[in-house]
Design a binder for this molecule. Structure first.
Ligand code: 4AD
Ligand code: MG
Length: 434
């Protein structure tokens, strides 16, 4: 007798009518007496198993009837199509083989507070919302690699341990590095710039760190960033790359993660409206005027917070750029705006619906003298930036780049209220565990 084929729930469609075996966990159980419905999950999907008393031996029915949440087991049976089930298929269970018992699983089917769920994140990962969100994250990660490959970029990894503070010194995580002080990287940008001078177009993609004391829905202390850097490229072309990237990533989610969007209650129609760039561009000057006209107490020169960004987003139906930020609130490496000494050639891309900034980027200052002066003005240690200044000393060329925050993007695409949902094990002001 041949052994029953072990399949995964995602392969149910190819196995309709067959006797199969599935390695799974029990989510919820209901019914009793004559029939037990087992809600199964195996990491690739969800499915209902039906155990009918008259059709199985007494032992099997008894096991099913007494099984507890998150028990792991092999379920044997026949796959049936089931149009009434939201998963489309059902397993008519004939036999159960318990593998790992589970007792007093803490995340019961009742409502739980978010803090509790994230204290139990190692278990909460097994549930539907993280399942859907993190599978979308996986799709986006693969799409990022595909996009940059198609666009002729080389992936060049930036270090995580550094001695520099490109985004300002107030948000650094110090690390003892033998007898020196090092920091966890805030962005790989400076290294990507070196890479662009060597390979033309490069990107990095890795964890970055900000010791931000802000407990908001959009701040993590550890998050994943994509830094892209392009030699021989001015800002307008860089914005076009950003538009193509965002449209491509959203489209990939729409093409390959429909059922996950559905599980999260995220309307695909809404997302579909965001895949046709170009996106609108608004100058910082204009943005301040709009805000002032609408009762915001904001002076030219201050940065936008969440309320300002949300209000501005209401003026547009798609992602949109804010360009030409004040020099004083931006990083030292940005190029001066031609003819204006108070703003830089920068742009933030804001997501619609109030999800806020997802990309920050700029054309870079490529002039040795003025860049050196900016480093001094920012009270940064020149010694640490000599290598970076070398890029302006030996064949400096116009170049531009940008950084996309992966979790910010995922939060927007999935329509999540809080950014912590968008990463497997979030690190925030108040959370380092599990
Ligand atoms: O705007 P930021 O600070 O820009 C840079 O770091 C540039 N060096 C990038 C570059 O030009 N290569 O950060 C880039 C993006 C933000 O737009 C946001 O999406 C994300 O990184 N980000 C955060 N995401 C989660 N938590 C935080 N605390 C974040 N800070 C920035
Ligand atoms: Mg920014």
């Amino acid at each position: 007798m041949s052994e029953t084929k072990l399949i995964r729930i995602e392969d149910a469609a190819d196995n309709v009518g067959r006797d199969v075996k599935i390695g799974c966990w029990l989510r919820v159980k209901r019914g009793s007496g004559k029939i037990v419905f087992l809600q199964l999950r195996d990491g690739t999907g969800f499915m209902q198993g039906v155990v009918v008393k008259q059709e199985v031996d007494a032992d099997t029915f008894d096991i099913a009837d007494h099984m507890r949440q998150e028990t792991s087991f092999y379920a044997y049976g026949k796959i049936n199509e089931d149009s009434r089930s939201k998963f489309g298929y059902e397993l008519a269970v004939s036999k159960i083989e318990i593998v790992g018992e589970s007792e007093d699983y803490p995340i019961t089917p009742k409502e739980h507070g978010t803090d509790f769920l994230f204290d139990e994140r190692h278990l909460y990962l097994r549930h539907q919302k993280p399942f859907a969100t993190l599978r979308i994250r996986d799709e986006v990660i693969r799409a990022i690699y595909d996009f940059f490959y198609q666009e002729g970029f080389l992936k060049l990894d930036s270090p995580v341990l550094t001695d520099s503070a490109p985004e300002g010194t107030t948000e650094l995580f110090p690390v003892k590095y033998f007898d020196k002080q090092a920091y966890l990287s805030q962005t790989g940008q400076l290294y990507a710039e070196a890479g662009a001078m060597a390979f033309g177009r490069v990107y990095d993609f890795g964890p970055t760190f900000r010791a931000e004391k802000s407990a908001t829905r959009r701040h993590l202390t550890e998050f994943w960033m994509i830094d892209a850097e392009m030699a021989w490229m001015h800002q307008d072309q860089s914005l076009a790359v950003q538009e193509r990237l965002i449209a491509y990533l959203i489209k990939r989610v729409l093409d390959n993660r429909q059922s996950e969007l559905k599980m999260l209650g995220r309307d695909p129609e809404k997302l579909a409206a965001y895949i046709n760039p170009p996106y609108p561009k608004l100058t910082y000057d204009e943005a301040v005027k709009i805000l002032q006209k609408n009762g915001f107490d904001i002076d030219w020169g201050t940065d936008f917070g969440s309320p300002e960004e949300t209000f501005l987003a209401k003026q547009f139906k798609t992602p949109f750029f804010i360009t030409g930020f004040p020099k004083a609130i931006k990083a030292f490496y940005m190029k001066n705006f031609p003819g204006r000494d108070d703003i830089v050639v920068s742009a933030d891309l804001l997501a619609p619906e109030g999800y806020g900034e997802i990309i920050g980027g700029s054309e870079r200052n490529v002039d040795y003298q003025s860049l050196r002066q900016r480093i001094i003005d920012h009270k940064l240690d020149l010694d640490e930036y000599n290598w970076y200044l070398d890029l302006r000393k030996y064949g400096s060329v116009p170049h531009s780049g940008f950084g996309l925050g992966l979790e910010r993007f995922i939060r927007f695409v999935t329509g999540e209220e809080h950014i912590r949902e968008a990463i497997p094990f979030p690190r925030t002001l108040n959370r380092l565990k599990p």
